[in-house]
Write a protein that binds this ligand. Structure first.
Ligand SMILES: C=C1C[C@]23C[C@H]1CC[C@H]2[C@@]12CCC[C@@](C)(C(=O)O1)[C@H]2[C@@H]3C(=O)O
Ligand SMILES: O=C(O)CCC(=O)C(=O)O
Ligand SMILES: [Fe+2]
Length: 362
């Protein structure tokens, strides 16, 4: 990042940890910030050791697009170490964190959420995105040595990769997909070259949480995302017209269905719209493992799930093509890879299902 870019960044994005009153630039309208439904059913919690886990995953994907998993075999000490590493990183002085700032055209590093540019107001959060090795960033953040930071990140990535592969097969299995149907997995079903990003999110305590937004509503551009929300509530998912809080359960992990599963399943499973709220007293941390396919794979509706009456709804895209589309069109990205608009019973295009689909029909 050039000095000029750094100055621009500093001007726009304040050090949230030192603000005592919510600036107007962070005050969202009550419309954006619509309150949550209080008496909704809870998000499904699935014990991965349950012999019916696949059936429960199928139900959760069809009706929610999100679920929590327990008995996932990730050691609790690793989850705690990851949280501690995240806290250590975000508690560095602002100027120090800026040394590892994400460049304008880059993906990894410190900064505001990439989706910020689509909103008129700023979000009450800071993020750190890691892809592949954390060493370069760690060197900039802690020139004198970063302790066990890199070891923790590497171990966490390794374990999350295994768990993602396992959850992926529960999802695919629930759709009737067998090992041989996925050409990018080996005979054992291992997706060897799967790509991923690790997103650390920090939401400092906020002087006016009801008017602020931690991370605005979005779907993830992934196959699936595994989220560790460190026992502090804040994550909400959209259900019908309201928002439901995903209650933190100690040791449980949240799985979000991403846009690429929506494509792969030909719309049988939809990605989940979610957002993060902030609070007055606690500094909330979350760690998202964003799991995607091998870079050369083109994701398209699985042929087993399409036929004459269910034609493929999406064209093939690689993960990086899709991320590019998302960076440009944000929540309309799925429409840009859509092949045909949804048809209603009356035979007309249903404009209420997908917004602005007129651009894409045909
Ligand atoms: C692999 C990914 C997925 C990204 C982009 C890239 C790296 C950072 C991810 C996030 C993390 C925070 C929310 C999000 C919406 C954002 O702004 O950056 C995500 C985005 C996406 O899911 O589209
Ligand atoms: O902090 C959270 O609970 C949500 C984070 C998230 O949605 C993301 O990183 O994509
Ligand atoms: Fe997300």
């Amino acid at each position: 990042m050039s000095l000029q870019q750094l100055d621009a960044f500093r001007e726009k994005h304040l050090d949230l940890n030192s603000i005592k009153e919510l600036p107007e630039s962070y005050a969202w309208s009550s419309e954006d910030n619509c309150p949550s439904s209080s008496n909704s059913e809870p998000v499904p919690v699935i014990n991965l050791k349950d012999s019916n886990a696949m059936k429960h995953v199928g139900y959760a994907c069809k009706t929610w697009g999100v679920f929590q998993v327990t008995n996932h075999d990730i050691p609790i000490t690793l989850l705690n170490n990851m949280e501690a590493s995240g806290r250590k990183l975000f508690s560095l002085p602002f100027q120090q964190k800026l040394k590892a700032a994400r460049s304008l055209d880059g993906v990894s590093g410190y900064g505001v959420a990439r989706i910020s540019s689509f909103f008129p107001k700023l979000m009450w959060s800071e993020g750190f995105t890691l892809i592949d090795s954390p060493h370069q960033h760690a060197q900039k953040l802690w020139p004198q040595g970063s302790g066990n930071f890199c070891d923790v990140i590497e171990e966490y990535n390794k374990e999350m990769n295994k768990l993602s592969n396992r959850v992926m097969w529960l999802i695919l299995g629930s759709l009737g997909i067998k090992k041989g149907d996925i050409k990018w997995a080996n005979q054992e079903g291992e997706i060897k070259e799967a790509c991923a990003a690790l997103q650390l999110n920090s939401y400092p305590s906020c002087p006016d949480p009801d008017r602020a937004m931690g991370l605005a509503a979005h779907t993830d551009s992934t196959l699936l995302t595994i989220l560790h929300q460190s026992n502090t509530s804040g994550l909400q998912v959209q259900r019908g017209v309201g928002w439901v809080t995903v209650k933190p359960i100690a040791g449980a992990l949240v799985v979000n269905i991403g846009d690429l599963i929506q494509i792969l399943s030909n719309g049988l499973y939809s990605s989940v719209l979610h957002r993060a709220m902030v609070n007055r007293t606690q500094h909330r941390l979350s760690v998202a493992y964003l799991y995607g396919p091998p870079s050369n794979v083109r994701i398209a509706p699985l042929s087993k799930l399409t036929d004459n009456v269910h034609p493929p709804l999406y064209r093939p895209v690689t993960w990086s093509e899709y991320l590019g589309t998302k960076a440009k069109h944000f929540n309309k990205a799925l429409l840009f890879v859509r092949l045909c608009a949804p048809i209603t019973m009356s035979g007309f295009v249903d404009a209420s299902t997908d917004n602005h689909n007129s651009v894409l029909v045909g």
